[in-house]
Ligand binder design. Structure first.
Ligand code: HEC
Ligand code: HEC
Ligand code: HEC
Ligand code: HEC
Length: 117
């Protein structure tokens, strides 16, 4: 009898730990900036409701059109990040999605003035 209760208790504590662990993991990944204000859901990029791994970069192009389209959006900047001597780069080289973008151009051109995305 005593053993049975503690097994039940043990199962309960294990369950609590698992639930707490999952909510910490889920809380760590947020939708940022305009993707949040435009009401995107996890499934819009990951194709599943509860993603655990990275999304495919192909989804970016489905919503944003091709590289030429994003290059058009930023053509007025000095140093178009989407049309430069580095050529076409994978979106995720700069846009980290769940954290602030890391613009590779700035490694060499620290004077370029880009907005935080
Ligand atoms: C705008 C598209 C987009 C949306 C919306 C989005 N994700 Fe992601 N997510 C990505 C991309 C792209 C990666 C890969 C990032 C990388 O490799 O730097 C990723 C990576 C992840 C990863 C892998 C771990 C990590 O941090 O790289 C998890 C887990 C994840 N996303 C969960 C979520 C959850 C949960 C939601 C909804 C709250 C969500 N994502 C919404 C695009 C998106
Ligand atoms: C389901 C459609 C959808 C998908 C998929 C998507 N986006 Fe977006 N994204 C939007 C919308 C809508 C906006 C807001 C309007 C705009 O700036 O074009 C936006 C805005 C952005 C912005 C400007 C962010 C800001 O906060 O100002 C960046 C950068 C961006 N997306 C990159 C990406 C990348 C990289 C991917 C692939 C991982 C991706 N998007 C996938 C719909 C999408
Ligand atoms: C070399 C780094 C880099 C790469 C690669 C890159 N971007 Fe960007 N992107 C930027 C920077 C920097 C900005 C902000 C420019 C500014 O100051 O307005 C930006 C802005 C954007 C915006 C907002 C444009 C606006 O003002 O409305 C979208 C959408 C976007 N990027 C999508 C993409 C997509 C989709 C890809 C892949 C096809 C991509 N980017 C690849 C650096 C990059
Ligand atoms: C590895 C270093 C390096 C990286 C990364 C880099 N550049 Fe350059 N870039 C150079 C060098 C070197 C020159 C030629 C010398 C000069 O004129 O500054 C140059 C010249 C330029 C010029 C013409 C000169 C000027 O300042 O107007 C532009 C525009 C430019 N780069 C844009 C970009 C953009 C946009 C990115 C990111 C997509 C980028 N570069 C990434 C090294 C780099």
């Amino acid at each position: 009898m005593k053993g049975k209760i503690s097994m039940t208790m043990l199962r309960f504590f294990v369950l609590c730990a698992v639930v707490a662990g999952l909510s910490v993991a889920a809380g760590a990944v947020e939708i940022r900036g305009k993707h949040a204000s435009e009401g995107l859901k996890c499934v819009d990029c990951h194709q599943v409701d509860k993603p655990v791994a990275a999304a495919s970069v192909n989804v970016c192009l489905e919503c944003h059109g091709g590289y030429e389209k994003v290059a058009e959006l930023t053509k007025s900047l000095h140093g178009n990040p989407h049309d430069s001597h580095l050529g076409k780069m994978q979106c995720l080289k700069c846009h980290r999605i769940h954290r602030a973008s890391e613009i590779v151009c700035l490694e060499c051109h620290s004077d370029f003035d880009f907005k935080e995305k």
